[in-house]
Design a protein around this ligand. Sequence first.
Ligand SMILES: [Cu+2]
Length: 496
Amino acid sequence: MAATDPRWRPPADAWTRRDALRNGFGSFVALAGLGSLPRQAGSNTVTSAAVRARARSPFTPFRRDLPLPATLVPTRRTRHADIYERTVTEGLTEILPGFQTPIYGYDGVYPGATIRARSGRTVIVDQHNGLGFHTNVHLHGGHQPPRFDGHPMDLIDPGATFRYRYPNDQAGATLWYHDHAHGILHKTIYYGLAGLYLLEDDLERGLDLPRDEYEVPLLIQDRAFNRDGSLRYEENIDAGFLGDTILVNGAVAPRMRVKRRLYRLRLLNGSNARHYELRFGRGHRVHQIGGDGGLLERPITRRTLSLSAGERLDVLVDFSDFKPGTQVILRNIAGEGSTVAVMRFDVERGGGRDPARIPRRMAHFDPVPAPQAQRNWVLTFEPSARQWQINGKVWDATRVDCRPRLGTSELWQWINRSHMMHPMHIHGCQFRVVARSGSKLLRGDHGWKDIVRVDAGERVTVQPYITSHTGLYVFHCHMLEHSSIAGMMLQMEVTS
Ligand SMILES: [Cu+2]
């Protein structure tokens, strides 16, 4: 069943603009004259057409201050709900200094404005589709009923509006929203359709965590660019899209001035396929307080943060550990060349009295009931068909692949018989990571999660606890090309 909307096209300005530039460079001569970067040998990285070797190119890291996504303002509040209206549409934004880049965006903005929600209080989003093709919205990590989950075949027609209702009946967590229209989402997300959804609960509010300007969301994505500053996309079914430029909150490797205080950084890997191994400076100790599903029971000290596509991390960094004037670079040690520098924190003098502290204890996890079923999911690549398969199958919206029961837990074993890591994501529930065949549990495996990295050759057992709603949910690899176009997605029907 082909779902790809044939009306899909990249943001229109990308094409007209590029043509215009080809005919008359104007002020873009400086950039266009720099020539092309040589492709990195043996690498899948998509290279931007503009070179970065010369100082002060638009790709020079740490040139711009970290932008912060705006907070979305409700159009109306009732006693029990915040109501938002949004239109997904085309827009222009300055990603590279001096260039206007065509994007798709929620209200024409990239990254999308942050929705701030409270546990137990409903959020309603009247989502209008101002694009010329199908879209929908998936609230990633949210426990919404299937009809509000953004199932890949459940789409909003161009010109139509759909009302999403999020009960927020779950613990506080770093969630995010993005397009989930099957067959095109790897491109629509690439061109901008993603943003943060920060759900807060009373437990979290009662802790002395850094807040306001000291609580900073970091949406990390890799991109590549054409000479005219438009986004360059190349489809890669094997490795997924890998760009040569790291953006944080939509700016190229930005910088942020920080006081000598505790900061809460909420990291989201919104990349199509890239996996990050992040270090502050040369491996400064930070304190992980949360992951995909919300706060941990107690903080975990970490020096390297693994973040696969779609995953989130909530960390406390104490910048009073550094002398004023220190420049702390957030580095991706899994990157090479231009994909190492993620951003820089410039530690300033002063900081005053800090009311925030690192908590000793946070969430209390109730025991999970004993698993009622065991399922194995074998991940393979089928080269002749160019398919990523799960148990030899690819996505078929007409087939239900398993039927877990609401209120039960199960053991799911991801068996990776392919040559690369896959971040496996389950909708409509959270899980605990129980075992890894190749190693002890990783430091990032703790707490409730909705994505788990499964390394090549590895078997990873997770225990989903099916607590949200009955109905159809998908589970898939979060490397977007794998699930959107190469088949790596199945579906379950949660039964009562
Ligand atoms: Cu995959």
